[in-house]
Write a protein that binds this ligand. Structure first.
Ligand code: NOJ
Ligand code: CA
Length: 664
């Protein structure tokens, strides 16, 4: 025993010496965040992260494990490279058009006796960091069996997350002490001492997604979604992993305002992005979820020619760029069965060519919908033919869906899933098609590299209100601080018929996905409007039946709204409690505020408006005189950047404002 201790001490001294000869630390540009890479006595890399001189998180173990090749230990440091960057780049669309990438990078290259070289690249920004593994091995290919990355918090705190699942993100949020979390997906958001933070990943390609699995009282191990044979990933002998990321902020809203995930992705691979344009859209969709229409042909078929033309007219008359049709194509009878759809052939009562022509003449974009039911081989066999056909018809927007298990034991979130979703993105880019993906792989910032990957679902969206207990206002106050940190979401906001009066009056309404008799929207109408601003999506839907918007005074907000914003800021809020967000598109500003089940008054300084300009503010607010969730008021005022707005919100309420420069 004594001998072993002596040997350990000697080895420890050697390691200390080799670390001493290389400075393996990295510091954020403002000096507040410091990361220190080290090797333990077995040559296993570790990382320590301090903020303002205090430990926040430690990764006592880094690296991967593979069958037959040692990727995990025996490393000594070969060399350290440093780089700094401070550039501002522009994206074709996004919350903010211009983004500053200001970071310091330290890349530590290590070698083990088996001939494996590992570079741990750590990139530090003022709002957090990312690190990734770059392996060069003598093997041609490798079977990755595990990831060792372990993250240990320095103290307990509070966290917000969904359960870690290989199949779905449509799960409720849990607010839990860090010490109580067993398994969680990312983004995994926490509040610890003076800091807010969120763990996620960036640039997920050709690898399974990562979630967190408890390993000790305050420590979590990266867990990779497996392939059917238990292997986590099949990779080449030289490969690079996604970034493991940590966003850090003083205020909860700092996490929303951070561009760290985008900054850790590569610039656009699409040279001409002029065809990629944000849109507002309506669609034949909500009726099916309410149970008053169906996807299949028959008397209640939603996607008929007549209905299509009516929707196109409505869009053209209301400054709405796109119209989505679900149930237009043959095969919906097979949904939940053999999951075989035809992605080209329309149902007989949907005259696709006529509808596409009509939409073109009216200047409206037609959206196609491809529900795959999770039948990947079938979709991959058809998708190129389908996209070619859509391109011929002048269609540039496609909503895909994966509602159903994949075949042969593959998980949605496995390497197989990641590869498939990416193949669709790249193929769509070739045919000039923008994507909205439901039941997707989570966003990790690839929209920077593939800006036709516009938006995705990847959380409980509006549909849950049609046939389940629904999404609470607290859920809606959590979403921006967790799921939305990863990127845009097609939540499909904006239901005005809060109690489903129209559906309830339909004697033929069917149950779909369970009992729908007691379902309703869980927020006020003003909050439904505010969600168009709060829940960022470059493809933003007004999800209600268009008959519920026709003639409704509050629909003016959506008509005026611009989904193509230039600047955004989350102004104030606390996770699960409330939030205020502002966006600018051209010269106009939009503000959205929302609260949880508590009535709340928030004072919001309007410093974000252009100084010296007077704006007409059109305020869509809750009506405190009524307990009905449908009650709202619209008020007009003239305001400047020197003013503050008192936002009075009912329980489950909200407020939305358009600011238009006077005289424009
Ligand atoms: C689930 C999607 O989230 C929803 O938007 C769609 O209507 C159904 N699947 C059918 O594809
Ligand atoms: Ca869904």
């Amino acid at each position: 025993m004594k001998k072993k201790t002596l040997l350990q001490a000697m080895l420890g001294a050697a390691v200390a010496l080799s670390s001493c000869s290389h400075d393996t630390s990295a510091t954020s540009p403002d000096g507040r965040i410091r990361a220190q890479l080290s090797l333990d006595e077995r040559g296993v890399p570790a990382l320590r992260i301090d903020v303002d001189g205090s430990p926040l998180l430690e990764a006592p173990r880094l690296g991967l494990e593979a069958d037959g090749v040692n990727l995990a230990s025996g490393f000594t440091v070969e060399h350290v490279e440093r780089q700094s960057l401070d550039v501002t780049w522009t994206q074709p669309w996004g919350e903010n058009r211009r983004i500053r990438d200001h970071h310091n990078e330290t890349a530590v290259t290590m070698q083990n006796p088996e001939g494996v070289a590992l570079t741990v690249r750590v990139r530090l920004f003022d709002d957090g960091l990312g690190f990734r593994y770059e392996y060069r091995t003598p093997a041609d290919s490798l079977r990755i069996t595990d990831e060792h990355t372990t993250l240990r918090f320095a103290q307990d705190g509070l966290s917000w997350s969904i359960d870690g699942s290989y199949e779905t993100y449509e799960l409720p949020y849990r607010e839990q002490p860090l010490s109580a979390v067993e398994r969680a997906n990312t983004p995994f958001t926490f509040h610890l001492g003076e800091l807010y933070g969120s763990i996620h990943e960036a640039a997920l390609y050709d690898f399974p997604e990562m979630h967190l699995l408890r390993e000790g009282p305050l420590s979590f191990k990266a867990e990779l979604a497996p392939l059917p044979d238990g292997v986590k990933a099949r990779v080449k002998g030289c490969f690079v992993t996604p970034w493991r990321t940590l966003q850090i902020g003083r205020r909860a809203v700092d996490l929303i305002n951070s561009a760290l995930i985008l900054n850790l992705n590569e610039p656009s691979k699409i040279d001409d992005t002029s065809w990629i344009r944000p849109q507002k859209y309506v669609g034949v969709w909500w009726g099916m979820h309410l149970g008053t229409q169906v996807w299949t042909q028959g008397p209640r078929h939603g996607a008929t020619t007549k209905n299509a033309l009516r929707h196109i007219d409505f869009a053209a008359a209301n400054n709405i760029q796109g119209v989505l049709f679900e149930g237009w194509n043959r095969g919906w009878e097979n949904w939940g069965g053999n999951q075989q759809f035809d992605y080209v052939e329309p149902y007989a009562d949907f005259d696709l060519e006529r509808i596409a022509r009509y939409a073109r003449d009216k200047g409206v974009e037609l959206w196609m919908h491809n529900e795959t039911g999770g039948n990947i081989p079938d979709y991959e066999a058809q998708m190129e033919r389908a996209m070619k056909r859509y391109a011929e018809l002048g269609i540039h927007t496609l909503k895909t869906g994966y509602a159903g298990g994949f075949r042969d034991g593959y998980f949605h979130h496995s390497q197989y899933g990641v590869q498939h979703y990416q193949r669709v993105v790249e193929l769509a880019a070739r045919y000039g098609i923008m994507l909205d993906v439901h039941e997707p792989i989570k966003e990790t910032g690839i929209r920077r590299t593939w800006p036709n990957m516009m938006t995705r679902e990847g959380a409980r969206g509006m549909e849950w209100n049609a046939w389940s207990e629904g999404n609470s206002s607290e859920y809606l106050c959590t979403l921006p601080f967790v799921r939305l940190l990863s990127g845009p979401m097609d939540y499909t906001p904006g239901i005005f018929d809060i109690y489903y009066d129209r559906a309830k009056a339909d004697p033929g309404r069917i149950q779909w996905n369970g009992d729908n008799s007691r379902c309703s929207i869980k927020t006020t109408l003003a909050r439904q409007i505010a969600n168009w601003v709060i829940i960022y999506s470059p493809l933003q839907m007004a999800a209600d039946l268009i008959e519920n918007y026709e003639g409704h005074p509050a629909f003016r907000f959506f008509r005026d709204f611009d989904a193509d914003c230039d600047w955004s800021e989350a102004l104030q809020g606390e996770i699960g409690d409330w939030i205020v967000v502002a966006r600018r598109a051209g010269e106009r500003y939009f503000l959205g505020a929302g609260t949880n089940a508590e009535a709340r008054t928030v004072v919001q300084p309007l410093r974000f408006l252009r100084p010296g300009v007077t704006y007409t503010a059109r305020i869509y607010a809750d009506d405190p005189a009524s307990e009905l969730r449908t009650a709202y008021r619209i008020e007009e005022r003239q305001l400047t950047s020197a003013d503050s707005l008192r936002i009075v919100m009912a329980p489950d309420g909200g407020c939305a404002v358009t600011f238009e420069p006077l005289g424009k």
